[in-house]
Design a protein around this ligand. Structure first.
Ligand code: NAD
Length: 488
């Protein structure tokens, strides 16, 4: 049993506080305890970050990125160990855990380009003899509050850009999966970052509120559910902070009759049931158009039934448990809601058990046909392995169904028609679009572009957006009168 500690000002610190158990969702066994850090702990971290910032912002960017190069190789060297930690505390399969670490490492790699990424621009002679320059400067102490479903990748959406631009970074990970962050911070310490540049403060709502109210914390990045994203954005910005808050999702996917059905089903099964549906880019509703209905319904039902569910470290397992008993109960409740609204259960993943893991929080792949487009289920994030089916006669009707919701994280289409794909790309009301792709996750060198209720803010995570978010622009207008009488 691991006791999770905070990492503050270059030291690991045990915390005198209430603790919560951390559970392996496949076995229901407690594997660690995590402290709910009091406000005073956060204050110590913020003060230490502010002190560290005075030096860190003066470290040349070419030197700051050397720590990230070291971190990249440490993450590569410890990939297997980190993946096992993720699977044990979060439930996803080993392969999925490796995949998310890779996505995190890619962000470290991109941030290593900071000497170019954070360059400003300039003009000579904006008036005779006067030049103007824009430079980017860091803001100070910044914080990220992250969710349970990608314990390694999501902190790395923010950390590399924040520190490479010269800020000091505080991570408040999800209290459900604190073990990955604890190991990540050990590797960060090993990479040699100076004390106070990267810190870890564990906790729940009170710790988050302390971040949102702390006068030294200038910037807040958040990823989690829409309700909390909205709360955090409102409170952080009311306190004068910069904020980027990524929220929940309900992702529709259109299946055209001209799509390659084998490929489509394979990709869709992975999108809907991969990570047990606990991805903000999981396909949640499939909208078949015309003749796609019959074939896709048959194929996807087969794929759902044949998916191997179990403990993510066991060989051959394709899908793990959901994160908690509450989550399992909520998913099963929402399936009931869908049925009450007129949907038929084609494949039922409720009340199933995995042999050897009878206490685990498993929901098997579930397919609901004929989901009411105006019902609760069609608009509510389930965050579990449940795919709803709707049917349309035309692409126009399908696009209307796609846009009939408040979220805007992702929308996808499967088709072999370029014209239809273009129409979809143009009209779909979502910030991440997939064309013959089931999980349209932007690479580290593109912004993670959620829209509507899936994102509150202006600048998204990753890449150039991250650089802009973690820097403030300074414009210098400069005149140096020449003494023409001086002879050189
Ligand atoms: P969550 O909102 O419950 O928790 C996220 C973080 O907020 C955690 O660190 C938690 O401690 C903190 N928190 C929770 N309740 C709070 C409150 N009332 N006040 C202050 N802080 C609070 O989310 P989760 O269950 O950990 O993660 C799943 C959600 O995250 C899903 O909705 C999913 O769609 C979303 N998500 C979105 C993206 C994206 O890019 N848009 C990516 C991953 C996950």
């Amino acid at each position: 049993m691991q006791t999770i500690r905070n990492y503050i000002n270059g030291q690991w610190q045990a915390v005198e506080a209430t603790t919560l158990p951390v559970t392996n969702p496949a076995t229901a066994q407690t594997i660690a305890t995590v402290p709910l850090s009091p406000t005073a702990q956060l204050d110590v971290a913020a003060q230490a970050g502010q002190v560290a910032f005075r030096e860190w912002r003066r470290v040349p960017v070419t030197e700051r990125i050397q720590y990230l190069f070291k971190l990249k190789f440490l993450l590569e060297d410890h990939l297997d160990e980190l993946a096992r930690i993720i699977t044990n505390e979060c439930g996803k399969t080993y392969g999925e855990s490796v995949g998310e670490i890779r996505r995190g490492i890619e962000n470290v790699e991109v941030a290593c380009g900071m000497p170019i990424l954070m360059q400003g621009y300039n003009n000579e002679d904006i008036a005779p003899g006067i030049d103007e320059h824009m430079i980017r400067q860091p803001l100070g102490v910044v914080a990220a509050i992250t969710p349970f479903n990608f314990p390694a990748m999501i902190p790395l959406w923010f950390l590399p850009y924040a520190v490479a631009t010269g800020n000091c970074f505080i991570l408040k990970p999800s209290e459900k999966v604190p073990m990955t962050s604890a190991r990540l911070l050990e590797l960060i310490a090993e990479a040699g970052f100076p004390a106070g540049v990267v810190q870890l403060v564990n906790g729940g709502k009170d710790t988050v509120d302390a971040i949102l109210d702390h006068p030294l914390i200038r910037v807040v990045s958040f990823v989690g559910s829409t309700k909390v994203a909205h709360y955090i954005y409102s409170r952080a910005t009311a306190n004068g902070k910069r904020a980027q808050c990524q929220g929940g999702a309900k992702n529709p996917v259109v299946i055209m009759p001209d799509a390659d059905m084998d490929m489509t089903t394979r990709i869709m099964a992975d999108s809907a049931f991969g990570c047990a549906g606990q991805r903000c880019l999981a396909a949640s509703v499939a909208i078949t158009v015309g003749a796609a209905r019959q074939t896709f319904t048959e194929f996807i039902a087969d794929a759902a039934v044949s998916r191997k569910v179990g403990y993510g470290l066991d060989a051959g397992v394709q899908m793990g448990p959901v994160i908690s008993p509450d989550s399992k109960a909520n998913i099963e409740r929402l399936i009931d809601v869908g049925v009450a609204e007129g949907a038929q259960v084609l494949v039922d993943g409720r009340q199933q058990q995995v042999t050897g893991y009878e206490d685990g929080y498993f929901v098997f792949p579930t397919i609901l046909d004929g989901v009411n487009p105006n019902g609760t289920l069609a608009k509510t994030e389930i965050f579990g392995p449940v795919l709803g089916l709707m049917h349309a006669s035309t692409i126009e009707e399908a696009i209307q169904l796609v846009n009939n919701r408040s979220y805007g994280n992702m929308a996808c289409i499967f088709t072999s028609s370029g014209a239809v794909a273009r129409q979809f790309r143009y009209e779909a009301d979502a910030g991440n679009i997939g064309i013959n792709i089931g999980v349209a996750a932007p690479m580290a060198f593109f912004p993670f572009s959620g829209w509507n209720e899936s994102f509150f803010g202006d600048l998204h995570g990753q890449a150039r957006h991250g650089v802009e978010f973690y820097t403030q622009t300074k414009v210098i207008v400069e005149r140096w009168p020449q003494d023409w009488s001086r002879q050189f």
